[in-house]
Design a protein around this ligand. Structure first.
Ligand SMILES: [Zn+2]
Length: 74
């Protein structure tokens, strides 16, 4: 059986083991450490719990921010 042999290198769908954690408060980014969820990381700058860059939570956060900016910037 060779069903185990379908590993791919390079980027494809999914967040993968690498990337960045980003602070929603001050925008600091740190390299994501494999095995440690960004939600368990604290921003080295301000201590806020971080988000995985590119995750659904991060996208939702960006959306909220852009909505706020639209309201404010008028
Ligand atoms: Zn921060």
């Amino acid at each position: 059986m060779e069903n185990e042999h379908h590993e791919h290198h390079g980027s494809h769908s999914g967040l993968g083991p690498t990337g960045y954690c980003i602070c929603p408060k001050c925008g600091t980014r740190i390299p994501h450490r494999s095995g440690i969820p960004c939600k368990q990381e604290r921003c080295p700058n301000c201590g806020t719990v971080m988000l995985r860059e590119g995750s659904e939570e991060h996208k939702a956060f960006l959306e909220v921010m852009s909505k706020k900016n639209k309201k404010q910037g008028n």
